[in-house]
Design a protein around this ligand. Structure first.
Ligand code: NAI
Length: 503
């Protein structure tokens, strides 16, 4: 027997009146349901109701909610004095401290007061639902309902399907999630669930690039914003979330997946935490901040005074180069004249490997990332031993059509190819191990983290074959397990199939 999630006056109990509990109660009542808030701290539930009432009033003032809906929502908000007041709730959502022992005890208490069919869900972001459910009697009605902060603004909700959760429970939470005005995605009960796991690649590979000295954090951020359309660079995001949050989350997920190297972060991440540079909240992180808490960005666009290169030897065909060469007045030579710059556009290789593979003159060889937003932000790199003046002449040439040109240190996959391939590889692996459907993985990453493309569809955007090539080159050049391509990606690349093709 299970609850009817469509029932008109459905009752949602919310335990914990903190930031998350308030948001969950708010979307419950604005979704036309009743919300009963319970908190052990004296007066906390009433304070939460007053706070939510204020938020609803503001929505009415701004015209987002009609006056009738606003007053109905407020009437549906109840501060519960004791846990027993939640006895006839259809759903109870727990949003208290992130501690397994405490959550297990509270779940037992909830089970002792509610009906047998009442769904009990946790908003935990890092504890396995199965661990909480292990203390319960009726495990089939226990699930996760993972919201994002701030709840009223973040549309996504992860419905966490634990081993013992029944299909009816998941279906009911899907319906209730939609009634709350959210977009539910059904996710496996695994470390980091969907969004926190999927977000690891952007953070940890960026740390890795900085640790290798490939580029400075502000340069990596600018490349990802300009050339790849991310709203925030990985270091801006890490500073905003707080290093004290994202470093432990990285560690939990890394150990939760039994030290899969693809999920490892870098020692610089921990160094920031140890140094107390926690990001925006401490006004110091990967960035320095002014007194108003705004990032102080180092100068990004050093003036290139050199003359632009007029000709370049192009030893391997570069797709898309011709129109750009025309625009920047660069003649393409098919034979090496022994003096002109040599232009290459590797996919997943570093410049050193291309020079070595083709037997080129290292002094004159410059690599350009032609896969990512060249007009918005061009990335160039050269091998050790390159002539700086030659590199600058190529930078000056591309500057004619590009808003920004950044020179990075030699790196397999530059910055953008490498970061995007790692995100797409993790998205593919999540599809392979069934964290969620490929479509829901994409939905989750776009709604939960504002990514311009979902992690799975990003492979399609880069080219499925290109994505595999970047990873294979990275793996071969570095010799590292970290860059091992997901079988999901590999199979679709080899068979020339769209990345969303089901198993
Ligand atoms: P919070 O610290 O703002 O609020 C927790 C509330 O729970 C407090 O009001 C406290 O008095 C109350 N509480 C503690 N023990 C209780 C008990 N035994 N019975 C009833 N009330 C109790 O915490 P926040 O940020 O709202 O987080 C709550 C949960 O949501 C945690 O599990 C957290 O991991 C999860 N979460 C938090 C997110 C965030 O960005 N803050 C995002 C997604 C999930």
């Amino acid at each position: 027997m299970s609850i009817d999630p469509h029932k008109e006056n459905l009752k949602v109990g919310v335990i914990g009146a903190g930031a998350m509990g308030r948001g969950i109660a708010q979307v419950s009542v604005t979704g036309g349901m009743q919300a009963l808030i319970f908190d052990t701290a004296d007066g906390a539930a009433q304070k939460a109701c007053d706070f939510i009432g204020g938020m609803i009033d503001r929505s009415v003032e701004k015209g987002r909610l009609s006056e009738t809906d606003g007053s109905n929502a407020k009437n549906n908000l109840i501060a519960a004095e004791k846990l027993e007041d939640l006895s006839d709730c259809d759903l109870v959502v727990e949003a208290i401290v992130e501690n397994l022992d405490v959550k297990q005890k509270v779940f037992q208490q909830i089970e002792s007061v509610v009906r047998k069919e009442t769904i009990i869900a946790s908003n935990t972001s890092s504890i396995r639902i199965a661990s909480i459910a292990s203390a319960c009697t009726h495990k089939d009605r226990i699930a996760g309902l993972h919201f994002f902060n701030p709840v009223p603004l973040m549309k996504l909700v992860e419905v966490i399907n634990a081993t013992e959760t029944s299909a009816e429970t998941i279906e009911a939470l899907n319906v209730i999630g939609k009634r709350m005005g959210r977009v539910p995605v059904v996710v496996k009960d695994a470390p980091g669930f969907l969004v926190n796991l999927g977000g690891r690649a952007y953070t940890t590979e960026a740390m890795r690039l900085a640790a290798e000295g490939v580029a400075q954090p502000h340069e990596i951020d600018a490349i990802m914003r300009d050339a790849c359309g991310f709203r925030m660079g990985p270091f801006e995001l890490a500073d905003l979330t707080g290093i004290d949050v994202n470093f432990p989350v990285s560690q939990i997920i890394y150990s939760g997946y039994f030290y899969d190297k693809r999920l490892a972060t870098s020692p610089i991440h921990e160094s920031m935490m140890e140094a107390g540079r926690l990001g925006r909240k401490t006004k110091a992180g990967f960035y320095d901040y002014d007194d108003n808490g705004q990032i102080i960005y180092p100068d990004l666009d050093p003036k290139i005074k050199d003359n632009p290169a007029a000709r370049a030897y192009v030893p391997e065909d570069i797709e898309g180069l011709e129109p750009i060469a025309r625009d920047i007045g660069l003649s393409i030579l098919k034979e090496d004249d022994g003096i002109s710059p040599i232009l290459v556009a590797p996919v997943g290789e570093d410049c050193t490997s291309v020079v070595h593979r083709l037997g080129l003159d290292v002094k004159r060889t410059v690599a350009v990332d032609m896969l990512s937003g060249i007009y918005q932000h061009t990335t160039v790199m050269a091998a050790p031993g390159a002539d700086d003046a030659v590199v600058r002449s190529i930078m000056a040439a591309f500057r004619k059509v590009s808003n920004r040109v950044t020179r990075i240190k030699d790196s397999p996959g530059f910055v953008a190819q490498r970061l995007q391939a790692m995100i797409a590889n993790l998205g593919s692996e999540m599809a392979q191990i069934g964290i969620a459907s490929p479509e829901d993985i994409d939905k989750g990453m776009k709604l939960g983290l504002n990514y311009p493309h979902g992690s799975v569809e990003l492979a399609e955007h880069l080219g499925v074959k290109n994505t595999l090539k970047i990873l294979e080159n990275l793996q071969q050049i570095t010799g590292e397990e970290r860059y091992r391509p997901s079988l999901w990606l590999r199979r679709r690349a080899l068979l020339n199939l769209p990345i969303h093709t089901p198993n």
